[in-house]
Design a protein around this ligand. Structure first.
Ligand code: NAP
Length: 301
């Protein structure tokens, strides 16, 4: 992590490299023990350009660490046939022992609800934590699969050296994939947590109390330096395209004058997300192998 005038810059790439090294070792050990690498299936309903870039990056990252990644195209011309084909594809992947983890392209096409995925995906292969069983395990404080982005935000916070227990933490965003799991993890870590959203009346009044601020709104420039408590640790999860450039939800220039530490966009939480997704995949593969060899060990791994 580099230092600049004002806030310490929390960079994702070096942490992601470290995680990938651990993943590659886990993949090699799994392959040595099982005679095949862990497999990731990336399920796609219609190849819309922005998410394809993200998915192709994941498949490339799989290849770099030895994971067998594959793209599964779901056919269908209308939402009803496509939803049925998606369900069938997920059932097939659930039953395939060479597939250790499954992720589904988001957002789904219009007319196909998330419930189609949730009803079909095996929670043991749900490495991005969208299944209610995994969300419920997190809420109850047990081990499950946490959405990789939320995990990345918390990992970044942990690496910042910030003390979570006893801290005032503010999360902007209440989505099931980022805001709410982040809030649950902060509560588990002992922070006092406020969750803000689009109906919050005075956002700045809340953010100014935050020792830890995690922003996941998808609104460029939502948080400025004037809205921060001096010395806050700021984790910017937002990804927005403005004038052809990627920017976060935090106005970096003003915020870095006030914060003690801050993540850049790009280069902060983003690189960590993919690396952690692969780490989740290796964990899923190891659990499934343990359960196959010793069914009584279910849930222990
Ligand atoms: P989302 O489902 O659209 O949720 C956005 C949340 O922000 C909602 O809870 C919304 O409130 C709240 N919000 C919107 N405008 C607000 C405002 N003006 N003031 C306060 N709160 C506001 O988005 P998401 O999937 O959680 O993603 C959030 C951001 O993270 C996006 O920029 C996305 O691109 C980014 N992201 C990054 C990664 C990564 O790897 N770094 C991965 C996934 C997503 P309501 O609930 O009231 O509508």
């Amino acid at each position: 992590m580099t230092t600049q005038a004002g806030a310490r810059l929390l960079e994702g790439a070096p942490i992601a490299d470290e995680i990938r090294t651990g993943v590659a070792a886990g993949v090699a050990a799994f392959e040595a023990a099982n005679g095949r690498p862990p497999g990731l299936a990336v399920v796609v309903c219609g190849r819309s350009a922005p998410s394809m870039v993200y998915l192709e990056r994941i498949l490339k990252a799989c290849a770099q660490v030895g994971i067998a990644g594959r793209l599964v195209d779901v056919p269908g011309d209308d939402p009803a046939t496509q939803a049925a084909a998606l369900t069938a594809a997920l059932h097939e992947l659930n039953a395939d022992d060479t597939v250790s983890g499954i992720i589904v392209q988001m957002p789904l096409p219009a007319g196909i609800g998330l419930k189609v995925v949730v009803d079909a995906i095996d929670p043991a292969k749900d490495i991005d934590g969208i299944h209610p069983l995994n969300a419920g395990l997190l809420r109850l404080g047990f081990e499950g699969f946490v959405p990789a982005t939320a995990h990345a935000a918390l990992e970044m916070l942990a690496r910042s050296g910030a003390t979570v227990a006893g801290a005032e933490a503010v999360v902007i965003g209440r989505s099931p994939v980022v805001g709410m799991p982040v809030a649950s993890m902060l509560v588990k870590g002992g922070a006092t947590v406020t969750v803000c959203h689009s109906r919050t009346r005075d956002l700045a009044a809340h953010t100014r109390t935050a020792d830890i601020l995690i922003v996941a709104a998808g609104v460029p420039g939502l948080v400025t330096g004037a809205m921060l408590k001096p010395g806050a640790v700021v984790i910017d999860v937002g990804i927005n395209v403005v004038d052809g450039h990627l920017v976060g939800d935090v106005d970096f220039a003003s915020a870095s004058e006030v914060a003690a530490a801050i993540t850049p966009v790009p280069g902060g939480v983003g690189p960590l997300t993919n690396a952690l997704l692969l780490a989740h995949l290796v964990r899923a593969a190891q659990r499934q192998a343990t359960e196959r060899s010793d069914p009584a060990a279910q849930g222990d791994a």
